[in-house]
Design a protein around this ligand. Structure first.
Ligand code: CA
Length: 240
């Protein structure tokens, strides 16, 4: 692999939770670093050696969403929120701020490790500024320069809005995009409350593009939160 244990920052004010995370990470080849406040956590990330952040929502100084927002201004390190809050609003707030994933406490170590692996896989394409000129996943191929879309080598006609929505998802492949982020990306800031537009257009994209029974579904619904486009790596695995 890359020759060193990945450094994972735990931002959490509860000592017991920190101890549980530290022990679990050490046992699975990660190098944990600990911060008990948001401010201290941001300082650690600023050293540039943190590869992933596990973030509690309720911290003594800053809200987890605020910590995420500040981190997102200058780092691509994946942020996984760990929270006892099950409210959908908290979840959406975390994703809107730029979190990569959200895990509700209590959770199993195996689940956490799986989410961490997934978040670290996604970081490579995201930190490269340019989207490649051709995007391919499963049976879908999109020539982004020419604006042409193929499914199994057959050209598929998309309306301008459908195409724009597809491009926003491609630019953020692997990431959960909230309804807000997608509406803003496609229709602009005036339409961020029109979630029904989005459901209609996502339905059309699915009908036109997500048609290959041999591949896992390309467009993943995250209930109450948004949608995620799978990258090629995940579409090649057999669907469960
Ligand atoms: Ca807390």
């Amino acid at each position: 692999m890359n020759g060193h244990d990945p450094r994972v920052l735990i931002i959490e004010d509860e000592i017991q939770m920190r101890r549980f995370l530290r022990t679990s990470l050490l046992a699975h080849g990660y190098l944990p670093i600990e911060a008990s406040t948001g401010g201290q956590g941001i300082e650690y990330v600023a050293t540039g050696t943190v590869e992933l952040v596990l973030l509690d929502m309720g911290l003594p100084d800053l809200e987890g969403t605020e910590v995420t927002r500040q981190l997102r201004e200058w780092t691509d390190a994946p942020v996984i929120v760990l929270s006892a809050r099950t409210d959908e609003k908290d979840k959406i707030g975390a994703f809107d701020a730029g979190a990569d994933d959200y895990l509700t406490k209590p959770f199993a170590v195996g689940e956490l490790l799986a989410r961490m692996r997934a978040a670290r896989r996604q970081v490579v394409p995201r930190s490269r500024e340019k989207t490649p000129a051709v995007f391919a996943a499963g049976s879908l191929r999109v020539d982004l320069d020419a604006g042409v879309v193929f499914v199994n080598d057959d050209e598929v006609h998309l309306t301008p809005i459908e195409y724009k929505l597809l491009v926003v998802l491609i630019e953020n492949v692997g990431r959960v995009m909230t309804h807000q982020q997608l509406l803003k990306g496609v229709w602009g800031t005036r339409y961020t409350s029109r979630a029904q537009y989005l459901h209609v257009y996502m339905g059309r994209l699915r009908t036109k593009l997500d048609v290959d029974p041999d591949h896992a579904k390309l467009f993943v619904t995250v209930p109450g939160v948004g949608y995620r486009l799978r990258g090629n790596e995940s579409t090649q695995r057999p669907a469960r």
